[in-house]
Design a protein around this ligand. Structure first.
Ligand code: NAP
Length: 405
């Protein structure tokens, strides 16, 4: 890519709930026109100026680009090495920007947790982006960095300590504190509405290997957990994890993109842990019920009632809630020689926004500034950025990765 581009990075969607947090982080961490040349972008100049005054200062350049105006997207993509986008639902507003980034050979990263949008991006763009050396990287937030980079970290450690990669990893959320934004809820509903209208999309959504390359969509993993049960290995009641439907697909795509280096029988799953005994069971049942209500089928009275209680686009958790938030994940590992160990991944802010905004910003900076691995196409965080991203997440984004036992 030419070094003559005006910007290293543009954050598009900077007037939205998550985009403004990314802009705030970039301003605080990297300043303006220093090591990193960056700009804020959005569709509405007035709103963008207002947000800029709140989180940065007037020296941050602004770019106006609307998803309905392809020329504006092309112009934005041509000016920068990387675009970070928080304009969602991605299935509704995102695909033209990916087209523009591939056409202008501009690296791209987003927060998409939408399997159908990512599948379309893979089918449409992987080969061209690969040929051009462009990195298109989806799911650079809570979905799916802790999962994807957690497995990447564990397999590196397993190869170093055991001489071979782990055979199976179960990610279990031990604890977390955070809540949804209106934009995330709108994105979840958008995916469910699409799948409700078209059965072929529904099957794509439930395929555990649905983001793998065509012809490489089989393996030992089954559907995501859909019930409450007691798990001997973790000695805990477990219940479905809402993000498993995207995270597991990203981890499996990463594995496919490295030619199944952990073995074609490698297994991966995700769930929430609720603890032991009657208390654990009661918590698992209660939380599973709340999740089922949030995910109620679009158009049903249950979903309509839930939608009224959910935040609207642009709304989300307060600064106090974001700063008090955190997550604490455990990865239960089975090694090639049959031995077991446990790894831990944590984040120091609420998962969806405080931590996510730092992760997305660091992905953008990594793509713009670091000598990333020689990979290209529609990638995953680990296959696009590997060790360089791991280092940035630990040094700058408040994540920890460790082997516990
Ligand atoms: N993966 C994760 O962990 C994670 C975490 C957080 C969020 N997300 C995803 O990130 C996305 C954003 O979430 P959010 O809560 O920040 O949403 P939001 O507050 O509703 O922000 C959406 C942004 O998109 C912009 N936008 C809407 N239509 C547009 C168009 N036609 N052209 C240009 N810009 C347009 C909005 O601009 P205006 O300000 O002008 O309305 C706003 O800046 C969602 O898809 C959400 O699911 C993912």
């Amino acid at each position: 890519m030419s070094d003559t581009r005006e910007f290293d990075l543009v954050i598009w969607g900077a007037s939205g709930f998550t985009g403004r947090l990314v802009a705030e982080y970039l301003f605080e961490k990297y300043g303006v026109n220093q090591e990193l040349k960056w700009a804020m972008a959005g569709r509405n100049a007035e709103k963008l100026e207002k947000v800029r005054a709140e989180v940065a200062d007037s020296s941050v350049p602004l770019i106006i680009a609307d998803s309905l105006d392809e020329a504006s997207l092309g112009e934005m993509a041509s000016k920068t090495k990387v675009i970070c986008t928080t304009v969602g639902p991605y299935g509704k507003y995102g695909s033209k920007l990916v087209d523009a980034c591939v056409a202008h050979k501009t690296h791209y990263c987003d927060l998409a947790g939408e399997v159908l949008f990512i599948r379309e991006s893979v089918d449409k763009h992987h080969e061209q982006a690969k040929a051009d050396g462009t990195k298109i990287v989806h799911s650079c937030g809570y979905d799916s960095i802790p999962s994807d980079m957690g497995v990447y970290f564990i397999q590196k450690e397993a190869k170093a300590s055991k001489g071979s990669p782990a055979k199976a990893i179960k990610m279990r959320v031990k604890d977390s504190s955070g809540s949804l934004s209106g934009g995330t809820y709108a994105s979840m509903m958008d995916t469910m509405e699409q799948a409700a209208k078209d059965q072929s999309l529904f099957f794509k959504l439930i395929n555990p290997y649905g983001l793998n390359p065509e012809g490489k969509q089989s393996g030992p993993d089954k559907a995501d957990l859909r019930e409450v049960l007691f798990e001997e290995e973790t000695q805990s009641w477990i219940y479905p994890f809402i993000m498993a439907s995207i995270n597991t697909r990203i981890v499996r795509r990463s594995h496919a993109l490295i030619d199944f280096a952990y073995g074609e029988d490698f297994e991966y799953s995700e769930a929430n842990m609720a603890g032991e005994g009657d208390e654990g069971k009661a918590k698992a049942m209660k939380e599973a019920g709340i999740m089922a209500a949030i995910m109620a089928r679009p158009g049903t009275p249950q979903q309509e009632a839930m939608a009224k209680r959910m935040p609207k686009p642009g709304e989300g958790p307060s600064k106090e809630q974001r700063e008090a938030g955190y997550y604490d994940w455990r990865f239960f590992i089975t090694h090639d020689d049959g031995t077991k160990s446990v790894a831990k991944v944590t984040g120091d802010r609420d998962p969806g926004y405080g931590s996510t905004s730092k992760m997305l910003a660091e992905c953008g900076v990594c793509l713009a500034k670091d000598q990333t691995p020689d990979t290209a196409g529609v990638l995953t965080p680990s296959t696009a950025m590997g060790d360089l991203l791991l280092g940035r997440l630990i040094a700058n984004a408040g994540l920890t990765f460790s082997i516990e036992e």
